[in-house]
Design a protein around this ligand. Structure first.
Ligand code: URA
Length: 435
């Protein structure tokens, strides 16, 4: 077999067999296939796509390139929830303790934030002394005692994705739906779980700029899961605005604790409840949304999820009882109010602009090795469809460093689209569920 022939086959729109995919990918990780050959192959995929069978074989080979996170011995029903990257997206922090209270476990590798989207690792690491599990054994221990099994991504899991992603980054092949699907799903399949729930964002701040792209990506990922034998559900949600009110690491932990105390923003509640409903439906524990809602409402009232979150934090090194007293969480002292100069309905709050504004004042990284300031961020005072009067507060920037404040302020101001009319009478964050 020759690499050049496989590139030629894909260039002409052919489908590679499992043997051919393995030859190409094994050769690449072993250094026998050159970067320039893999680049040419990736570009051919960009234009000609991959069949479902090809995509499954590609994803399985990627998954097998590194360590598998073995969690089967835990005996719990394990949920791996993944978001394609949101602004203010704290769903995992809220969802995991609720699933734990229902006797399930979250099994998930979390990433660091880059660009305008945040990462779950950074949010937890904003708490004093917090340290994620460092290995499988620690992860299993904490998962068994709390039901919350979260760990940071390790270089050892799917190393082939890292190698291919770096190449995609410099060859303009990042935005290929089959390549995104295999990249995400290889990392999901490398963690043993019973169900994968994908929260696929659509909108200006998301990887997928419109709903039809998000739908196509969701279908490809759900098919990989199905063909592999792992139940996979994709929830497509709109990013017409950041999720919830707080953006920035410590601020998002505070909003997560508020949510588990029952004070949910409408969008966060919709996403969290829908994910749990879909899981309970799949497990045949409920037959309707209202049944699931009742169960979740009662759990929130009981404070059991909040207590499990605190236990998880304590076992992860946090000494403070932050779930009882959010004032123990450090946030920046300086605040700048963003005031509306217009009256009307808020029809959009650009997630991308708010995410960038938060990144600029230090809540996120523009480059991989940037240091972040956990205590800074943005607090929205209004959400989409709210009415605002001239002179009212739209948002507040929490900051420590004046240097980038004016740049951040302009972005926050620009993020709000205020018009004389209300673009919709009701707000729906979830657009579609695909399974
Ligand atoms: N996230 C990933 O993990 N991979 C991609 O290719 C895109 C987004």
């Amino acid at each position: 077999m020759r690499t050049v022939d496989l590139i030629d086959k894909k260039k002409r729109g052919g489908n590679l067999s499992k043997k051919e995919i393995d030859f190409l990918l094994d050769g690449y990780i072993q250094g026998k296939v050159e970067d320039y050959q893999m680049s040419a192959f990736l570009m051919a995929v960009y234009f000609n796509g991959m069949s479902d069978e090809e995509l499954l074989n590609f994803t399985i080979n990627m998954k097998n390139s590194g360590e598998i996170i073995k969690l089967k011995s835990s005996k719990k029903f394990l949920v791996d929830k993944h978001s394609t990257g949101g602004v203010g997206d704290k769903i995992t922090i809220i969802l995991s303790p609720i699933l734990a209270s229902l006797g399930m476990g979250t099994a998930k590798l979390s990433g660091k934030g880059l660009g305008h989207t945040g990462g779950t690792i950074d949010k937890f690491e904003s708490l004093n002394n917090f340290k994620f599990s460092q290995n499988n054994k620690e992860l299993l221990n904490i998962l068994n005692s709390t039901g919350i099994g979260l760990m940071g991504y390790s270089e050892k899991v799917v190393p082939l994705d890292k190698k291919i992603y770096s190449l995609r980054d410099v060859t303009a092949t990042v935005d290929s739906i089959p390549l995104i699907a295999s990249s995400i799903m290889s990392k999901k399949l490398a963690v043993e779980s019973d169900i994968i729930v994908l929260d696929v964002k659509a909108g200006d701040g998301a990887f997928m700029k419109n709903i039809s792209q998000a739908e196509e990506l969701s279908k490809r990922m759900v098919n990989i899961g199905k063909n592999y034998g792992r139940k996979t559900i994709a929830i497509i949600s709109e990013m017409d605005e950041p999720l919830g009110y707080n953006i920035g690491n410590s601020l998002e932990i505070i909003e997560s604790i508020d949510s588990l105390n029952g004070n949910f923003s409408d969008d966060i509640k919709e996403v969290v409840y829908e994910i749990i409903y879909q899981i309970l439906l799949f497990r045949k524990k409920v037959t309707s949304y209202s049944e699931a809602k009742d169960i979740i409402d009662k759990l929130i009232e009981s404070k059991k999820p909040l207590k499990l979150l605190q236990k998880f934090l304590n076992l992860s090194g946090v000494e403070d009882n932050v779930t009882e007293n959010v004032n123990l969480i450090k946030i920046a002292d300086n605040k700048l109010k963003i005031i509306s100069n217009k009256e009307g309905y808020i029809n959009k709050i650009s997630a991308k602009k708010i995410g960038e504004a938060a990144m600029i004042i230090g809540a996120g990284r523009s480059k991989k090795d940037d240091k972040i300031d956990y205590s800074v961020g943005i607090k929205l005072h209004k959400k989409v469809l709210d009415y605002v009067k001239k002179g009212e507060i739209l948002a507040e920037i929490y900051y420590n460093d004046n240097a980038k404040l004016s740049e951040s302020k302009i972005l926050v101001e620009e993020a709000f689209l205020i018009e004389d009319f209300k673009k919709n009478s009701i707000k729906k964050t979830i657009i579609k569920v695909i399974q």
